[in-house]
Structures are given as structure tokens and as C-alpha cells.
Design a protein around this ligand. Structure first.
Ligand SMILES: Cc1ncc(C[n+]2csc(CCOP(=O)(O)OP(=O)(O)O)c2C)c(N)n1
Length: 307
């Protein structure tokens, strides 16, 4: 059952008022808590390897996933936990994978950055995923499946040349590819303005990819923009882009952060989660949070094993 069916099914039971917002919040909150927990586990020395959390960016993943069907393909990057969870809901498989356990979704061999599941692929090589996603989109087109491929990249990844080769081929050969740029303004320790000339949007439009833009402070606005972008690729069968101005609230990886406390404070004010939380009935919100905490606690217990 895909996201839309789940929301429709839950909304048809009992009170429909605000049911979409509640499901949206549930998706975002679960990702938030997983990511916070991973950083705590690392800090306590209970996880090895590396990780890149999507704290502050969760709404992007949930918004896009909502508009996709099970047949569509998602390709993601080093910061992929939210994309995977929004797409599959497989908390335990993901946690086991990050913990390096054989029962993880890739038998513990992929770890945090290299996930592989039906219609879901990630790779930590910046930009390397864009040609792969383009090829997958062309394959879907040749098969006549009607499926689209969504690839998530960061704004820093627009510095990789292969991204433009991919845009070129995707446009020339009309690949049903949606490029979602999560523009958090930083690439590890480099602020985007220091590395990027010209307009981000025009970089996509120059290759004939119509490009939506959302400022990213409101989860429902992100949801609407994602719907328009997915709809465009689905209807035209051609590539398109969506730039979401977003904010990374956590460190780049486990603890490295080049930003000042003042900048982080400003970014926290743009966090879509509290705003969405405030729009919910407090009792219903607490029930959602409690359910997510139970799920997370159960997944942690179930995946406890040798590190
Ligand atoms: C080809 C390549 N170069 C460098 C890295 C190391 N690296 C990992 S993430 C990252 C920054 C990515 O920035 P951006 O695309 O903006 O995504 P964000 O981390 O902000 O989500 C870098 C330099 C890498 N993974 N791959």
C-alpha cells in the first residue's frame, strides 16, 4: 500500500479532519527521532561507521514520498535515512542495516549510505547517483511502465559535472526523471554561495528541465510543490526539477559543523516540524509521538546486537 492509499484508508476511519496533517506529522516525527537517536548512539560509542542525518529536512522526504506509487523508483544519496523511511516505513530493517547486522535490509553490508531495496537505491558518491537515476528513468520509459524516477541531491552536488551530462541526456531522450535539490546552503564545510556561480534554478532550466522552487519553511507548502513536480514528470514523461530551500539542523555527519550558534538558531526557526505540530490537536499530536517512540524503542530492542 503506498502513502496515498494509507492516508486515504486511515482518513476513512473516524474523524477525517486533519488526518492528512497527522499522517504527515507522523512521517516527519519518526524520521526526526530516528536521526536524533542515531547521533546519540554514535556519541555513546554504540554505533560504528558513519552517518549523515537529515534533521530539519525530513518534510522533503515525506512530501515527495506521498506523491509516489510503489512502482516509482527513488534514488538517494549519503543523507538517505529519511528518504528510505518515508518511502518504505521499514524502521527496523534500516536500523539493523546501520548497526551492521545481517538482518539489515542489505545484510549489514551497505551501512548508512548504501541502501538497496525494491525501487529504492542510494549511493554516497556525490553526483554518482544522477546518471544512474537517469538510466533507470530511461529503462522505465522503454518498459512502458509509467513509473517515474526521483533522485535527491544536495545543492553542493550541483558542483559535479556528471550531473549536467545527465540533465542533458535526460532532456534529449525524454527520461521521466524528477531531480529534487535539497538546498540546505552547505556542502559539508563549504557555504553554497562560495562555490556556486549563477542561479541554481537556471542550471536545470538551461537543459530544459522546468524547475519548481519552494522556500521550505512550511511542510504543507513543500507537499504541494512536490505534488506539482511529480505530476509534471508523470504527465509529460519528461524530466523536471524541484529545488527546496531547506535547513540542515544537525552536523554534516556525526559531529562536524562549521556554522555559528547564531546561524543554527536562525535555521531552527525555519524548521517545519514545530509549525506542523502546532497545527495539530495537542492530544492527537501526543498520541502520534508516543506511538513513534514505541516503534523506535521496539526497533532499538529488536536490533540490539554486536557492534
Ligand atoms: C565524489 C564525492 N566527493 C566528496 C564526497 C564527500 N562528501 C560527502 S557529502 C559532501 C557534501 C555534500 O553536499 P550537498 O550535496 O550539498 O549535500 P548535503 O550534505 O548538504 O546534504 C561531501 C563533500 C563524496 N561523498 N563524494
Amino acid at each position: 500500500m503506498d502513502w496515498r492509499e494509507r492516508v486515504a484508508a486511515e482518513g476513512s476511519r473516524g474523524d477525517r479532519t486533519g488526518h492528512f496533517e497527522r499522517e504527515f506529522y507522523r512521517g516527519i516525527y519518526l524520521i526526526r527521532r530516528l536521526e536524533e537517536t542515531l547521533l546519540e548512539l554514535f556519541a555513546a560509542g554504540r554505533l560504528s561507521g558513519t552517518t549523515h542525518t537529515c534533521l530539519g529536512q525530513e518534510a522533503n522526504a515525506v512530501a515527495v514520498a506521498f506523491h509516489l506509487t510503489d512502482a516509482d523508483v527513488v534514488v538517494s544519496n549519503h543523507r538517505c535515512h529519511g528518504h528510505y523511511l518515508a518511502r518504505t516505513g521499514d524502521l527496523e530493517g534500516l536500523l539493523a542495516e546501520i548497526r551492521g547486522l545481517e538482518r539489515g535490509l542489505c545484510s549489514g553490508k551497505g551501512g548508512s549510505q548504501h541502501l538497496c531495496a525494491p525501487n529504492f537505491y542510494t549511493n554516497g558518491i556525490q553526483g554518482g547517483i544522477v546518471p544512474l537515476a537517469t538510466g533507470m528513468a530511461l529503462a522505465e520509459k522503454q518498459r512502458g511502465s509509467g513509473a517515474i524516477v526521483t533522485v535527491f541531491i544536495g545543492d553542493g552536488t550541483l558542483g559535479q559535472g556528471v550531473v549536467y551530462e545527465s540533465f542533458n541526456i535526460a532532456a534529449l531522450w525524454a527520461a521521466p526523471l524528477l531531480v529534487v535539490v535539497e538546498a540546505n546552503g552547505w556542502a559539508q564545510s563549504t557555504p553554497t554561495p562560495r562555490a556556486m556561480a549563477g542561479s541554481m534554478r537556471q542550471r536545470l532550466e538551461a537543459f530544459g528541465l522546468p524547475c519548481g522552487m519552494v522556500e521550505g519553511t512550511d511542510a504543507l507548502e513543500i507537499h504541494r510543490a512536490a505534488g506539482a513536480a511529480v505530476g509534471q514528470v508523470r504527465e509529460t514523461g519528461r524530466p523536471a526539477g524541484l529545488i527546496i530551500r531547506t535547513q540542515r539542523l544537525g552536523p554534516h555527519s556525526k559531529g562536524d559543523d562549521s556554522r555559528s550558534p547564531e546561524e543554527l538558531e536562525t535555521l531552527r526557526e525555519r524548521d517545519p516540524l514545530p509549525r506542523l505540530a502546532a497545527s495539530l490537536d495537542p492530544e492527537q499530536r501526543r498520541a502520534i509521538e508516543a506511538e513513534c517512540e514505541r516503534r523506535l524503542a521496539a526497533a532499538l530492542t529488536a536490533t540490539e546486537g554486536p557492534l
